[in-house]
Design a protein around this ligand. Structure first.
Ligand SMILES: NC(=O)c1ccc[n+]([C@@H]2O[C@H](COP(=O)([O-])OP(=O)(O)OC[C@H]3O[C@@H](n4cnc5c(N)ncnc54)[C@H](O)[C@@H]3O)[C@@H](O)[C@H]2O)c1
Length: 516
């Protein structure tokens, strides 16, 4: 609770004027306790009261009644606050419910202001007497089943890049945007990919294994261990990365970072990405030389970093016999994307035939696990505290932004949508409908027939879904507003509507309406 600053100032001045007053010790201790427990009084007031007590003068009736009034006022505010908090919980409050699956990083959960959001599922319980009706779902790897998604759910966010644990098609049909967090774990993966390059360049893993599995088993005395280390180390000598050529395959969030770091290590960097986005192309350092094909990239590379997505039927075993046959004799691969992109059997054949490269991979490979040229890392790419925090923060922010303003960013099934508010007084209507001709026309005709003036609007679509953000002047309130929503919802093809009055979640979730 905070005090009105004007009130605080006035109180302080009044105290300052009371030179002659004595404040009973019990009052001061009450005021101090009250202040410590609830922060209800400013330090200045306490300091004044203590000064007054020290002055040991006589209090006037006016001063005593002022202190009494102050104490009464503070107690009343404390009691009002407690009542308001209890009422919010008892009645369900105007709070959005965010249901979580898995352990979500507290850095993400703390983005939801507790005054307007209630965390449920793995993050908390719905209070007794409050209906469980999640408005958003936040999850990591939980395999979400369609029946787990209640009708009240308006958005789902996955803390991570992939969304194959979410029934996407079903959610699209139900008009629910699904968000992911591209790039939030990119730095974490980039750092391990760089580690992979170093492990490929130097005999670090082989050397450590030799010390543990051979030397320490044969020698126990420090002097002898030391001598053996010096004698055997030449078996694990490696090369440097500086001046070598790295081919980065896939120049998205992770690939671009790997490329940039490799340039900083003085490597020559070439890249291959037939599907590069305009944004990614802009982000890419100009020193990265563009290759026209995988084969061309492989032919020029001393090291290859695989950073493209795994897409069944498209990138499955895309690095197979033909491409691998272009490799220089010592070229090494680092794969922090997905194991299935590389044809392990074809690579093993090459290694067994004398190829000297190494394969550092964040996943096991059916044919290569256990091979001396294969370094298997147990899928640690995105396993850092920072990556989990970043993903959770990004997922939470996207949900918040959607609930507060209707903005859609980083959805995997909805179009991107962002419309700045022109006038705070305008109400914002967000409508999800199937993407078929005529629906938008029907919506605007209906709004016109209701004498509602459109101040601005955004209509955007992706595949079978369309999304409209319409700012309206003089939108009615209360039951009249509900009637407008019901009329829109009754139009063929409209899946859901929602009114955002002020762009603040203080309004709570009541303005969502979904077609039964
Ligand atoms: N090891 C881990 O823990 C971990 C963590 C996160 C991501 N990943 C993997 O890393 C991959 C890349 O992640 P990102 O965040 O950089 O994704 P991203 O979508 O930002 O970038 C992927 C890039 O690959 C490009 N691409 C698509 N098809 C290609 C092809 N056939 N050849 C070359 N490039 C192609 C795309 O155009 C895009 O620029 C993910 O798909 C994921 O499989 C692994």
């Amino acid at each position: 609770m905070t005090l009105d600053p004007t009130r605080t100032r006035r109180t302080h001045l009044d105290f300052g004027a009371c030179h002659g007053g004595v404040v009973p010790k019990s009052w001061i201790s009450s005021l101090t306790m009250l202040s410590r427990s609830r922060n209800v009084l400013p330090r200045s007031v306490l300091a004044s009261s203590v000064r007054l007590a020290r002055a040991q003068s006589t209090a006037s009736d006016a001063e005593l009644s002022m202190l009494e009034a102050l104490l009464k006022d503070a107690k009343k505010r404390k009691s009002d606050e407690a009542k308001a908090a209890a009422a919010a919980v008892d009645g369900g409050g105007p709070k959005f419910q965010v249901q979580t699956f898995n352990a979500i990083s507290p850095s993400g959960l703390s983005r939801f202001p507790s005054a307007n959001f209630m965390l449920t599922g793995s993050s908390g319980k719905v209070p007794d007497g409050v209906a469980e009706e999640p408005h958003a779902i936040l999850l990591r790897s939980h395999k979400l089943q369609s029946p787990e998604v209640q009708d009240s759910v308006r958005a789902i966010a996955r803390c991570g890049a992939g969304t194959n644990n979410i029934p996407l098609d079903e959610m699209t049909k139900r008009g629910i945007p699904v968000f992911n967090t591209p790039g939030a774990n990119a730095n974490s993966v980039k750092e391990l990919a760089l580690c992979g390059l170093f492990l490929a360049a130097r005999g670090v893993v082989e050397g450590i294994n030799h010390v543990t599995d051979v030397i320490l088993k044969e020698e126990t005395e420090h002097k002898k261990i030391n001598a053996r280390v010096e004698k055997d180390k030449s078996k694990f000598a490696g090369g440097e990365l500086q001046g070598k050529t790295l081919a980065v395959l896939g120049l998205g969030n992770i690939g671009a970072m790997v490329a940039e770091s490799a340039l900083a290590l003085d490597m020559d960097v070439i890249g291959f990405d037939p599907k590069i986005s305009v944004d990614a192309a802009w982000r890419l350092p100009s020193e990265v030389k563009k290759m026209g094909s995988l084969a061309e990239a492989f032919a020029a590379a001393d090291y290859v970093s695989i950073n493209m997505p795994y897409i069944k039927g498209v990138t499955h075993h895309i690095i197979g016999e033909e491409v691998l046959s272009q490799m220089k004799p010592g070229c090494s691969l680092v794969n922090f994307a997905r194991a299935e992109i590389v044809d392990g059997a074809a690579l093993k054949k090459l290694y067994d035939a004398g190829h000297k490269g190494k394969y550092v991979c964040d996943f096991p490979d059916e044919f290569l696990t256990g091979h001396k040229q294969f370094i298997c890392i147990p899928h640690l790419g995105a396993s850092t505290d920072e990556a989990e925090d970043n993903c959770a923060k990004m997922a939470a922010d996207q949900i918040l932004n959607f609930l507060e303003t209707g903005t859609i960013k980083n959805s995997v099934n909805f179009p991107a949508a962002s419309l700045d508010r022109q006038e705070e007084d305008n109400a914002r209507l967000c409508i999800v409908n199937t993407n078929k001709p005529g629906v938008l026309g029907e919506i605007t005709t209906l709004l016109g027939s209701l004498n509602l003036n459109i101040a601005q609007q955004l209509n955007t679509s992706r595949d079978e879904i369309a999304y409209n953000v319409v700012d309206l002047q003089d939108f009615p309130e209360g039951d009249a507003a509900t009637e407008v929503q019901e009329k829109i919802l009754s139009l063929d093809g409209v899946i859901s509507t929602r009114i955002i009055w002020t762009g603040s979640v203080h309004e709570g979730p009541k303005s969502f309406m979904v077609k039964a």
